[in-house]
Design a protein around this ligand. Structure first.
Ligand code: NAP
Length: 332
C-alpha cells in the first residue's frame, strides 16, 4: 500500500514537472506547422546567418523545401558545405524541389566577429545577388568565456548585436529594392535579465557571461524596434522572436560535469524543443502571409508576445543605435 502511494505520488510529481516544463518552453511547435505549401517561397532569396547548425539549419531546410534560394552565411566554409550537402540529400530523399531545381542552397563565408568579413560578405552579396527578400539574423554565441572580436568588442555583444547591426545596414538598400521584404531577428527570452550599460558596453570593467548574453539579446530587440521605426513606409518589415529552449550546439561553452551529463541529456531530450520545432517562429515570420506588413513586434511560438518596458524604451533604442553606428564605423 505504502509502495503504491509513493509510486502514485512520484507519477503525479513527474507529470506536474513535465507540464510545468512544457509550459516554460512553450507548446510543441510541431503543432504550429509554420511552414506552408512547397512553392510558397519560390522566386524568393533568403539569407540566414549561422545556417550550418541548430535553428539556422532547420530554418534553411524548411525554406528550401518551400522553394527559396537560401544563402547560408557561415563562418566556417567546410562546416557549411557539409551541412548544405546533408540538406540537399535530405531534400532529395523527401522528393523535394532540389531534384526539380526550385529550391537552391548557396554557401557564403561570413564571420560576424569581424567587421572586415561582414563588409566583404555584403560587397559580394551586392555584386552577385539581384534581390534579397528575407534576411534572418540567426547566428549567435552563448555564455562564452571573455573573448574579443577581431575589432576588440566583447564577443557576445560583438557577434549577436554589432555584427548583425552592420550586416543589416549594409544590406538595407538591397532589401528595399526587393520590397516587400522581411528581416527576422532571433533573440531570446533571456533578454529580460540584461541591461544596456553604455559606460561599459565592452564589459572591460566586469564580465558576467550570462548577463552579457542577455544584454546582447536585449540589444537585438531594441535594434528591431528602432529599425522598424526607421523603415516605416518602405515595405520592409522587421520582427524579433524567442525560439523557446532548443536542443542545439548553443551550449558549447557551458561545462557540464561528466556525472551530471546523462541527467542533462535526459532533461533536454524530454523538455527541450527539437531544432525543427524551435525554428517554427523564424519560418513563420519569414514566409507566412499572415504577417505581411507586421513590423516591430516580438514573437514566440508563432504568436505576438508582450515585451518588458525596458525592451520598448524608444530613447534607449535610439541611443543604442547611435552608439552602434559609431562602434561599427558605419559611415566608413
Ligand atoms: N538553442 C536555444 O535554446 C536558444 C534559445 C534562445 C535563443 N537562441 C538563439 O538562436 C540562435 C541560433 O542558435 P542555435 O541554438 O541554433 O545554436 P547553434 O547550433 O550553436 O548555432 C549557432 C550558429 O551561429 C553561428 N555563429 C557563431 N558565431 C558566429 C560568427 N562569429 N560568425 C558567424 N556565425 C557564427 C554558428 O557557427 P559555427 O557552427 O561555425 O559555430 C552556428 O551556425 C542564436 O542567436 C541564439 O542566441 C537559441
Amino acid at each position: 500500500m505504502a509502495v503504491a502511494t509513493v509510486a502514485a505520488l512520484l507519477a503525479a510529481l513527474g507529470g506536474a514537472l513535465w507540464l510545468a516544463a512544457r509550459r516554460f518552453v512553450g507548446p510543441s511547435a510541431q503543432r504550429l506547422q509554420a511552414g506552408g505549401d512547397s512553392g510558397l517561397m519560390h522566386g524568393k532569396t533568403v539569407l540566414i546567418t549561422g545556417a550550418n547548425s541548430g535553428l539556422g539549419r532547420a530554418t534553411a531546410a524548411e525554406l528550401l523545401r518551400l522553394g527559396a534560394r537560401v544563402i547560408m552565411g557561415c563562418r566556417d566554409r567546410a562546416r557549411a558545405e557539409e551541412a548544405a550537402g546533408q540538406l540537399r540529400r535530405e531534400l532529395r530523399q523527401a522528393g523535394g524541389p532540389d531534384a526539380g531545381g526550385a529550391g537552391e542552397l548557396v554557401v557564403k563565408e561570413l564571420d560576424l566577429a569581424s567587421l572586415r568579413s561582414v563588409r566583404a560578405f555584403c560587397q559580394e552579396m551586392l555584386q552577385e545577388e539581384p534581390r534579397l527578400d528575407v534576411l534572418i539574423n540567426n547566428a549567435g554565441i552563448f555564455q562564452c568565456p571573455y573573448m574579443k572580436t577581431e575589432d576588440g568588442f566583447e564577443m557576445q555583444f560583438g557577434v549577436n548585436h554589432l555584427g548583425h547591426f552592420l550586416l543589416t545596414n549594409l544590406l538595407l538598400g538591397l532589401l528595399k529594392s526587393s520590397a516587400p521584404s522581411r528581416i527576422v531577428v532571433v533573440s531570446s527570452k533571456l533578454y529580460k535579465y540584461g541591461d544596456i550599460n553604455f559606460e561599459d558596453l565592452n564589459s572591460e570593467q566586469s564580465y558576467n557571461k550570462s548577463f552579457c548574453y542577455s544584454r546582447s539579446k536585449l540589444a537585438n530587440i531594441l535594434f528591431t524596434r528602432e529599425l522598424a521605426r526607421r523603415l516605416e513606409g518602405t515595405n520592409v518589415t522587421v520582427n524579433v522572436l524567442h525560439p523557446g529552449v532548443v536542443r542545439t550546439n548553443l551550449g558549447r561553452h557551458i561545462h557540464i560535469p561528466l556525472l551530471v551529463k546523462p541527467l542533462f541529456n535526459l532533461v533536454s531530450w524530454a523538455f527541450f524543443k527539437t531544432p525543427a520545432e524551435g525554428a517554427q517562429t523564424s519560418i513563420y515570420l519569414a514566409s507566412s502571409p499572415e504577417v505581411e506588413g507586421v513590423s516591430g513586434k516580438y514573437f514566440g511560438n508563432c504568436k505576438e508576445e508582450e515585451l518588458l518596458p525596458k525592451a520598448m524604451d524608444e530613447s534607449l533604442a535610439r541611443k543604442l543605435w547611435d552608439i552602434s553606428e559609431v562602434m561599427v564605423g558605419i559611415l566608413k
